[in-house]
Design a protein around this ligand. Structure first.
Ligand code: SF4
Length: 140
């Protein structure tokens, strides 16, 4: 295993939609890979420029999702309308994976922003393994 993850963390999404848009304290950047944008375009029938803006200095993410009134353009009634092809960044929330070069290891961390951290099911090694595998598939 070349990553570490938080032990004994509970989380269960309650579909509040907070992670899909801006909050009082945070402007959300929903960053997208080229491959993700192409897939979303095919599935939705929308041209890439209809739902993205270019993102500079965020490699490997080269686009950012457009928002309407501060919310992702694909959020409908607080639910993701492109759930099956939602971006990596959305699949990871409320977790992040960062590489610590000095320790040569990837480290999962969670955001204190999400109100459902600490609630619901306890996440297992398999949950983090699935996220890690997904990141490898999309980013390599
Ligand atoms: S793509 Fe779906 S999960 Fe991601 S921000 Fe938009 S509505 Fe939310």
């Amino acid at each position: 295993m070349n990553y570490i993850y938080p032990a004994n963390v509970c989380f269960e999404c309650n579909n509040c939609g907070l992670c899909c848009g801006d909050t009082e304290n945070k402007r959300r950047h929903i960053l997208l890979l080229k491959s993700e944008v192409e897939e979303i375009s095919i599935v939705t029938g929308q041209r890439i420029e209809e739902f993205t803006i270019d993102s500079v200095g965020t490699t490997p993410y080269v686009y950012e999702m457009k928002k309407l009134e501060g919310k992702c353009v694909f959020l409908r009634d607080n639910l993701c309308s492109i759930y099956a092809v939602r971006p990596l960044i959305c699949q990871f929330y409320p977790f992040e994976l960062k590489y610590e070069a000095d320790r040569k290891i990837h480290v999962f961390s969670d955001t204190s922003e999400c109100p459902m951290i600490g609630w619901g099911k306890k996440l297992t090694k398999e949950n983090f393994e699935a996220l890690y595998t997904l990141a490898q598939q999309r980013l390599l």
